[in-house]
Design a protein around this ligand. Sequence first.
Ligand code: HEM
Ligand code: HEM
Ligand code: FE2
Length: 447
Amino acid sequence: MKYQSQKVAYAYFMVAMGLFAIQVLGGLLAGWIYVWPNTLSELLPFNIVRMLHTNALIVWLLLGFFGAAYYLVPEESERELFSVKLAYIQLAILVVGTLGAVGSYLVGIHGGREFLEQPLWVKFGILVAAVIFLVNISLTVLAGRKTAITNILLMGLWLLSLLWIFAFINPDNLSLDKMYWWFVVHLWVEATWELVMAAILGYLMLKLTGVDREVVEKWLYVIVALALFSGILGTGHHFFWIGTPGYWQWIGSIFSTLEVIPFFAMMSFAFIMVWKGRKNHPNKAALLWSLGASTVAFFGAGVWGFLHTLHGVNYYTHGTQITAAHGHLAFYGAYVAMNLAMFTYAMPQLKNRDPYNQVLNMASFWLMTGGMAFMTFVLTFAGTIQTHMQRIVGDYFMDVQDQLGLFYLMRLGSGAVVVLGALLFIYATVVVRREVIKPGPVAVPGE
Ligand code: HEM
Ligand code: HEM
Ligand SMILES: [Fe+2]
């Protein structure tokens, strides 16, 4: 760590990891309720638990992105942050907003639009925090060295903040309501967040593999162009059945199929950089997370996304457990694991503990990734049976759910493994054990 102001990232990463723990524990509780439905039904009903699970996810991923930007921009721009104070004020606003949202969910106040349930004042707080962030980071970048990594990171963060405006527009017309909702949800994870992911991955590859900056930059520009070209019109895969014109079925199917390519490119990029790089960086755990993230993102977003993206298929699978299987693996691979890669790289430096013992961190990678893969397979089987019974045979929703009990039990089991891995990761990253270097045998003169 070269610049003092990079330290603010530490506070962001710590809050992010706290919410990460709450998120996965909330998921575990939701999975438990699927198996024993009356659990806490009065005190903390399923819809509230689910809201805490998905909202905590989004907020901690964003905090991770902000922290990553505060960590890598000073190094890339070769200067201190414009204002450390503003960065802490931004974090304080986001923490107050998060507590406000949690408090209002617990007493049953929420907006009811999935992922965007926050009360209006919290949405407004998020907007203010985003503006503070953009000012702070943009002034830093403008005053310093400009690189492809900071350009792409900034472009992603500016665009995703602008899209947040659609969270405020909720028309009475149900078709328009859905369209604007997807402008946030889809254009975040399948366009703007991809730019952030590519920038962080590019930075990590630069640091961990020692490949030339020009090579990294060429890959990044290609990935970004592919992501935007496919992702923007790819939004059409959510316009099949919401009352929009029929041509969206073809636009959505074709362009969202092309969305697989940037995810494939990001995976290829990571492996080729590691293969070509000459550097033997001591932080192997960060490398494992970087390769793992880009690989699982390709499977979760690319393969499991394509699985149900053609309108002829989606007609049957829409809103089934197939969707949940895809949602879990895609979010985990692309955004959870990429954030954890950044934490794994930066935390030992922020704590001045490099080189450190990475065994527990790597174990947590395999626990989480294995658990998530198993959960995805289980939900995919459940979704296949559900699609057949409900959409082809025409059985009733609840009758079908009764047949899926075994799968929900296995989802709960694999979820417990994910939670174990997540807690282990947090322990390994917050405590950061030093590498104990045992002294070798001492040569005795004369022997
Ligand atoms: C990292 C990137 C991605 C993430 C995080 C992600 C996440 C999600 C989530 C959470 C949902 C459920 C939304 C809801 O109804 O509440 C969803 C739906 C969907 N996703 Fe993705 N996705 C990603 C990329 C992709 C890609 C690349 C494709 C296509 C190749 C795709 C195809 C779909 C389709 C077709 C649906 C609608 C499912 C339905 O009709 O129920 N996704 N995605
Ligand atoms: C880092 C890991 C996780 C991520 C990224 C994640 C992400 C998500 C997302 C995006 C949704 C909404 C899905 C949709 O609309 O299709 C969701 C719902 C859910 N998640 Fe997770 N989750 C994680 C961990 C867990 C764990 C460990 C469990 C434990 C069993 C779990 C259980 C659930 C349940 C039960 C739902 C509600 C599904 C429904 O409404 O049918 N999740 N999660
Ligand atoms: Fe989408």
